[in-house]
Design a protein around this ligand. Structure first.
Ligand code: FAD
Ligand code: ZN
Length: 488
């Protein structure tokens, strides 16, 4: 089918409120949070129902017109941004934002892909349940995007990532068929678990239009502490003790280095220095319980007293109110924001939890050997083994010249990750940014299996081409452009 005709048919299918052709109105759909990639498109399509998505996909399949699914467009690897050639449609799910059902007895809710994450947290809370997925972009990212990237965030330690929170999916396949698997079952061993292909699939195998996700008992007691430590090895020793002593009540364990706090104190107004003295490392720790009079406050105090006596921690503060807890979490957000003010070479990596300290020590030594004045900012969700190992440029260095060395530092850091049995993308995905890079870190067998899955489900390669995996070995790869971002 002629492309012009396909575009006209798509417009007729979704109606006047379902498409955007005006270049100014298209703009927010063509670039992303880091302003690293900027693409072009024939049409931004905003369908209102699964039936409309299916009809649009059937037209694209017939015309062999590529589709770029897009949720809240907060992704950090360029996965939702269309390619520069403009030969595609952007399929934005934002109008599909209904909560179809909440079942407090089954502890599930069934929601459409375009629901904003924060709205789902709120909806769960209104029926006295918890939807635990939580991340910095929760005010604008969508559940369809969260599932497609298998998002992580701050509560993975206790509740798992998006994959572990999903029981069922509804997916529009690349040929336009609708696969309805919105099952709310915790047990279902009837063959391959196909939904796992689409979770973390980054829109390359189909379009998630709805999901049935797990809910949990809502915590009613939460304790938050910020602790200062001398050595990174002590951080992980503290983690092990806290986890063992509090079982499932440890819900967050975030690492903050002093260097990142110093940047935040300079750049982000309202940031507080939480403890009287300076410490090389800080841990933001949260315990929560859905029981009243759970005793978690006492548990936390005893844990910290012992850690102080044994000099595992140097000092610490326990929040006395919800407002103070928010202030402590604000520090965690501010350290990310502060890194936007200088050149920053990013790594989102994971290693086994037992090797986090070793990773930080080795990777820091490796990059300092190459550039002594580099400023490593190792922070993040270390309780689940995820380190955001960002490298801030030396003071007064030329930003462009520094960022031109992105690959050189990736190689050093990812080399340590490989040695320790880790992953070069812990939670942000592959997208465009790491499409080439993963081919160096996954085995040829694994890459070949990914290609076979891609070719089996999407033989015409119309679903988000150029992202995650190329269908053929050595096929021209538009992602190998070496461009990198400097915002987090
Ligand atoms: P988009 O960016 O729109 O899309 C992401 C990918 O999914 C693209 O490949 C797109 O094609 C595909 N996609 C989107 N919707 C669908 C669909 N319905 N069907 C099929 N494919 C689809 N991520 C974390 O994991 N943990 C964090 O802690 C975290 N913190 C962040 C903090 C900030 C300030 C920002 C800006 C980002 C953060 N992220 C984090 C990254 C980002 O928010 C997540 O990747 C999020 O899950 C993306 O959701 P989205 O709706 O914005 O998806
Ligand atoms: Zn993160």
């Amino acid at each position: 089918m002629d492309i012009e005709r396909a575009v006209e048919r798509i417009k007729a299918t979704v109606g006047p409120n379902g498409w955007i052709a005006d270049p100014d109105e298209q703009e927010p759909y063509l670039t992303e949070a880091r302003r690293l990639y900027r693409g072009a498109t024939r049409l931004v399509v905003r369908p209102a129902s699964t039936a409309e998505v299916a009809a649009v996909v059937r037209i694209c399949a017939e015309a062999v017109l590529p589709i770029v699914p897009q949720g809240g467009n907060t992704g950090l690897v360029g996965g939702g941004v269309p390619p520069e050639d403009g030969h595609n449609i952007v399929l934005a799910l934002g109008r599909m934002n209904r909560i179809r059902a909440i079942d407090p007895v089954n502890f599930t809710m069934t929601v459409e892909a375009g629901c904003i994450l924060a709205q789902l947290q709120q909806a769960a809370s209104e029926v006295d349940r918890l939807f635990p997925l939580s991340l910095g972009a929760e005010g604008s990212c969508q559940i369809g995007g969260n599932l497609s990237t298998n998002a992580g965030g701050i509560a993975v330690l206790r509740y798992g990532n998006a994959r572990e929170l999903t029981l069922g999916l509804e997916v529009v396949l690349p040929d336009g068929q609708v696969w309805d698997a919105l099952r709310g079952l915790r047990k279902d061993n009837t063959g391959y678990d196909l939904k796992q292909l689409f979770i973390g699939g980054e829109g390359t195998l189909g379009i998630i239009t709805a999901a049935t996700v797990k809910l949990f008992p809502k915590p009613c007691e939460v304790e938050t502490a910020l602790l200062g430590l001398a050595r990174v090895e002590d951080v992980m020793e503290l983690f092990a003790r806290a986890r063992a002593a509090t079982a499932d009540q440890l819900t967050a364990f975030e690492l903050i280095p002093r260097a990142a706090l110093d940047l935040a104190l300079v750049h982000v107004p309202g940031t507080i220095d939480p403890l009287p003295a300076r410490h090389p490392w800080y841990v933001l720790l949260e315990l929560s319980s859905s029981q009243t009079e759970s005793g978690i406050r006492g548990l936390l105090e005893r844990l910290l007293e012992t850690a102080l006596d044994e000099e595992l921690i140097a000092n610490g503060v326990i929040a006395e109110s919800g407002a103070q807890a928010k202030e402590l979490w604000r520090i965690r957000e501010a350290i990310v924001e502060a890194q936007n003010y200088s050149g920053s070479i990013k790594h989102d990596v994971s290693v086994p939890v037992s090797r986090v300290a070793e990773f930080i020590i080795r990777a820091t030594a490796g990059v300092r050997q190459r550039l002594p004045a580099i400023r490593p900012m190792a922070f993040g969700h270390v309780g689940d083994g995820n380190i955001h190992f960002n490298l801030t440029q030396p003071e007064r260095a030329d930003t462009a010249a520094y960022l031109a060395r992105w690959q050189e530092f990736n190689d050093i850091v990812h080399g340590v990750v490989r040695d320790l049995g880790g992953s070069i993308s812990a939670e942000h995905g592959v997208g465009r940014m790491k499409c080439q890079e993963i081919t160096h870190y996954k085995s040829p067998v694994e890459i070949e299996l990914m290609r076979r899955v891609k070719c089996a489900l999407d033989p015409a390669n119309i679903m988000n081409p150029g992202k995650v995996v190329s269908p053929q070995e050595g096929s021209p790869d538009e992602t190998g452009d070496g461009s990198r971002g400097w915002l987090d």
